[in-house]
Design a protein around this ligand. Structure first.
Ligand SMILES: [Zn+2]
Length: 320
């Protein structure tokens, strides 16, 4: 089984997390309603919605601990110190749900922010760890909800990092990640029924038009293009030189629980913390597209970055 557990997340750090359990939370008046599960860089606030056996609960706790480690692989820190996790068992009377370990999930934007996971409780730990859903959903928490018309930014960021985090965790190889991006971008290109709508217009009508593929993967391509451009910057310039770094700086200055934003404001904030006008430029260009942009040159340029991103998990992350 692949795992995000890394040597540098030592038992000492875990022990510290356990100690924190005994400190008063203070931050949350309603903390008592949640089970607190210490993670790599904060605390999961677990809400059990339904019946789980003790063994199933243990499996789900082990999974959350593991994905919590994976979230730290983005830039070293969690997007917030407390992440709410609601767990709801999928009942067998809902055949429209797939039988995967995590058939459905969505971000919870009411505070404390977090994720609602529908889970198939009988599944073994490996099935959870190898399911992409958690990496996608938790990546959403690194930025506020930008509103329906800019939902392509939110889904793009999460879709980009769902693959990047699985790469860094060793769940997917660089070749597998490249192939997944290629297949997903192809699905985006095949989602061509709404050529009369710009990406911005289509995002506002994504549900009605069922235009998930073009919306998600156009957004992911923008972040891939941004990451490539950032990594070509001079490291001596003081400007951000990876997308991870942009999100780290943004998290320090601008991210708060329950905050909202818009696409243009987020692009402006990213440029302010990263330097330059990359994000404003990309935002305007992508928002105006009427089809999935040609991805081939961008994906080819990303390949060496994917290779380099397969980091050695036995050493501390740079930003720790
Ligand atoms: Zn999403």
């Amino acid at each position: 089984m692949h795992s995000c557990h890394a040597a540098w997340l030592s038992s000492g750090l875990r022990a510290l997390g356990l100690v924190l359990l005994w400190l008063p939370s203070g931050a949350l008046a309603t903390a008592a309603t949640y089970e607190q599960l210490p993670g790599a860089d904060g605390t999961f606030l677990i809400e059990w919605r339904g019946e789980f056996s003790p063994a199933e609960q243990n499996t789900l706790r082990a999974w959350l601990t593991d994905v919590g480690d994976c979230v730290s692989l983005l830039h070293g820190r969690w997007p917030r110190a407390e992440i709410r996790i609601a767990l709801q068992p999928v009942s067998s009377d809902k055949p429209y749900f797939s039988s995967s370990a995590v058939p459905f999930a969505r971000v919870l934007r009411n505070r404390p922010e977090g994720v609602l996971f529908y889970v198939t409780p009988s599944r073994p730990l490996a099935d959870y760890v190898n399911d992409w859903t958690a990496y996608h959903e938790l990546s959403h928490l690194f930025i506020p909800y930008p509103g329906r018309r800019d939902v392509w930014i939110s889904e793009g960021l999460a879709s980009y990092y769902q693959n990047i985090l699985q790469l860094r965790a060793g769940i997917l190889s660089p070749t597998e990640v490249r192939d997944r991006f290629a297949a997903a971008f192809e699905r985006g290109a095949a989602d061509s029924d709404d050529a009369d709508l710009t990406l911005g217009e289509l995002s506002g009508r994504m549900m009605e038009r069922r235009a998930f593929m073009r919306v998600y993967w156009s957004g992911a391509l923008m972040f891939m293009e941004a990451d490539i451009a950032l990594r070509q910057r001079d490291p001596e310039s003081g400007m951000a030189t990876t997308l991870d770094e942009v999100l780290r700086r943004y998290g320090e200055c601008c991210l708060s629980d329950g905050a909202e934003t818009t696409g243009p404001r987020l692009a402006a904030d990213f440029d302010r913390v990263a330097g330059g006008d990359l994000f404003a430029t990309l935002y305007r260009r992508y928002a105006a597209t009427t089809a999935m942009p040609d991805y081939r040159a961008i994906l080819a340029a990303a390949e060496p970055l994917l290779q380099a991103d397969q980091r050695d998990r036995s050493v501390p992350a740079e930003s720790r």
